[in-house]
Design a protein around this ligand. Structure first.
Ligand code: ZN
Ligand code: ZN
Length: 299
């Protein structure tokens, strides 16, 4: 199984787009990439805009190779309503637009399906669904809250298993802070796990108790499963201080022989947190530690 993170905060823009290739099937997860609207009260820097374009071209190219395209939920960093044609001839698995969804995502879901028109070969609801392709099994979790409650709606997690390898992609669980998210991850028995991590740069919107619980859950996964690689990116990489914030996870990784790394590092590329360093891109001295200057986070 070949796992390729295509775009992520560690690669310079908001995304968890990932290409998974097995001898049986090629699956593209959450094909989109966006920029944080405001950070440190600053709009995206031109460097971020050009990076977003580059990463989108990478995703577009990967979509051509893929047989299956999935959408875990309807935030714009996970689906791109401006480019429905990448779904042409594909098998699409989409987060259920009717159940376990909030109002804004319900509206976006129906708008998206209208735009997809007849591009996909078939459209299936992802939530709790499962399909085999030769020796590869694709499975989605039931809908779980987007974070510690359902104010931002729900997401589906994705599990792809082939031979002895199991890749699990959490999408936006923002942690994972909840037992129901943890249970799925432990039951999934991943060998490679890709988690978005807690949102530590906005303590005013994401209370510390949820960070603590999320870190405890991640440590428990490292202790109790056969996971060999933990990819941490997306929400956690919006924090410049992310390494120190998740120190217990790095320690547990060392203890249990699990590689803990960003999507960029997993892909063999340098970490380049453009959003977290937007102040520096504008030539502004970084604000003191603890002041996030964060704008609205979810899109
Ligand atoms: Zn989201
Ligand atoms: Zn997201």
């Amino acid at each position: 199984m070949k796992i390729t993170p295509l775009a992520a905060e560690s690669l310079g823009a908001r995304s968890m787009a990932t290409l998974v290739e097995t001898p049986d099937i090629t699956i593209l997860l959450d094909p989109s990439v966006r920029l944080g609207p405001y950070r440190y009260d600053l709009p995206p820097h031109p460097t971020e805009r050009s990076r977003q374009k580059e990463l989108w071209q990478v995703i577009r190219g990967a979509a051509k190779k893929a047989d299956v395209l999935t959408v875990s939920h309807y935030h714009f960093d996970h689906h791109n309503p401006a480019a429905p044609s990448i779904f042409r001839g594909k098998l699409a698995f989409l987060k259920d637009g009717k159940f376990h969804i909030n109002r804004s995502q319900r509206e976006r879901s129906s708008a998206f399906v209208r735009k997809l028109k007849s591009y996909p070969k078939t459209i299936q609801v992802a939530d709790g669904n499962q399909m085999d392709f030769g020796g590869t099994e694709l499975l989605f979790s039931p809908a779980v809250p987007h974070g510690y409650d359902d104010e931002l709606g729900y997401v589906v997690m994705t599990r792809i298993a082939q031979g002895h390898e199991v890749f699990v992609h959490t999408s936006d669980v923002i942690g994972p802070p909840l037992k129901e998210q943890l249970s799925f991850l432990i039951d999934a028995q991943p060998t490679v796990l890709y988690v978005d991590g807690p949102m530590t740069h906005m303590p005013e919107h994401y209370p510390q108790e949820h960070t603590k619980r999320s870190l405890a859950h991640l440590v428990r996964i490292l202790r109790t499963t056969d996971v060999r690689t933990l990819i941490l990116d997306h929400h956690i990489l919006r924090d410049r201080e992310w390494r120190s914030r998740i120190a217990p996870v790095f320690e547990a990784g060392k203890e249990h022989d699990v590689a803990v790394l960003t999507a960029a590092e997993f892909a063999g590329k340098p970490v380049d947190q453009l959003e977290a360093n937007r102040d520096k891109l504008y030539g502004i001295e970084p604000t003191p530690k603890g002041i996030s200057g964060a704008g609205p986070s979810e899109q």
